[in-house]
Design a binder for this molecule. Structure first.
Ligand code: SAH
Length: 276
């Protein structure tokens, strides 16, 4: 289980990128940022690029060595834009998130799932304090730094143009982590018997969902109107109403939406009567 996660930037040259990273992290609801010997920090350029994520910049811990940045972490992941001479267990961001969020996978089950090369040294502790380490803009992480990492993560980019901007790389990995965490909390909620299909962001949906009988009346109204306008042949209805039901039900209509649709049907029928 994930206990904490920190983003570690090593020797960043451009303060703008530090700001961009702060913004990317805050968008994804992460907050702990370590800066190992940055070239220029604090900096107005970082503040400008952070677009308001200044709290992360203010709280960022500036340290002199990678050692200090990794203190207290038990799962270190190095982000790398390219392959290195010595192969290391490398994951893509989604595989990484799977590992971090499901640390209870046993060596046996990992092997039986065919993941032996990646998981053979599993045995992850229950609570993970994860460091995601990102390298310099011009030459990434050194081999020594990469060798400090339990795992490497590589975003499967174009092999002929593999290096993302630093903040973009942080964004992709934090996004995958957030998606994993959201999926996990959805699962926990559904296991606790809570309602599925509620919006993932913003507040609660503003209108109650239409009830089954309101929907039934809508479909009856719709069917009658479609017959009235000669679109539906009651002698040969085919699958029309079934398909329309599926279309509307797929979108989980709410009470107001059903009222609007009923209003359109009523207006159609009224117009039809007036032209009789
Ligand atoms: N030119 C450098 C890459 C610098 S990009 C090199 O060749 O290594 C700055 C940092 O962003 C990298 O050190 C890495 O941490 C991250 N990054 C960029 N592209 C990445 C990718 N495709 N996968 C994983 N991390 C990446």
């Amino acid at each position: 289980m994930l206990k904490s996660v920190r983003v570690v930037l090593v020797n960043t040259s451009h303060p703008g990128n530090i700001g961009g990273v702060a913004r990317a992290m805050k968008n994804m609801d992460f907050s702990t940022l370590y800066l190992v010997d940055p070239k220029e920090f604090p900096s107005e350029k970082a503040v400008a690029r952070s677009s308001g994520a200044v709290d992360l910049l203010d709280q960022a811990k500036v340290v002199g060595t990678l050692d200090e940045a990794l203190a207290g972490c038990n799962y270190v992941v190095g982000a790398s834009a390219r392959g290195r001479h010595i192969p290391w267990p490398v994951l893509d961001p989604r595989e990484l998130v799977e590992q971090i969020l499901q640390p209870s996978v046993t060596q046996e089950s990992a092997q039986s799932a065919g993941n032996e090369s990646v998981c053979s040294s599993m045995g992850l502790p229950q609570a993970l304090d994860v460091a995601l380490v990102f390298g310099r803009e011009d030459r990434g992480l050194t081999n020594e730094e990469l060798h400090r990492c339990h795992r490497h993560v590589h975003i499967p980019s174009n092999p002929d143009f593999s290096s993302l901007n630093l903040a973009a790389a942080v964004q992709v990995i934090c996004y995958e982590l957030r998606m994993g965490l959201l999926a996990q909390s959805d699962k926990q909620q559904s296991e606790a018997g809570e309602v599925l299909e509620k919006p993932r962001w913003g507040t609660e949906w503003d209108i109650d969902l239409a009830s089954a009988d309101e929907l039934q009346r809508l479909f009856e109204h719709m069917e009658k109107t479609l017959i009235d306008i000669d679109f539906l042949d009651p002698g040969n209805p085919r699958q029309l109403m079934t398909r329309l039901r599926r279309l509307y039900l797929r979108s989980l209509p709410d009470k107001v939406e059903v009222n609007v649709l009923r209003g359109i049907l009523t207006a159609t029928q009224k117009l039809l009567k007036s032209t009789d």
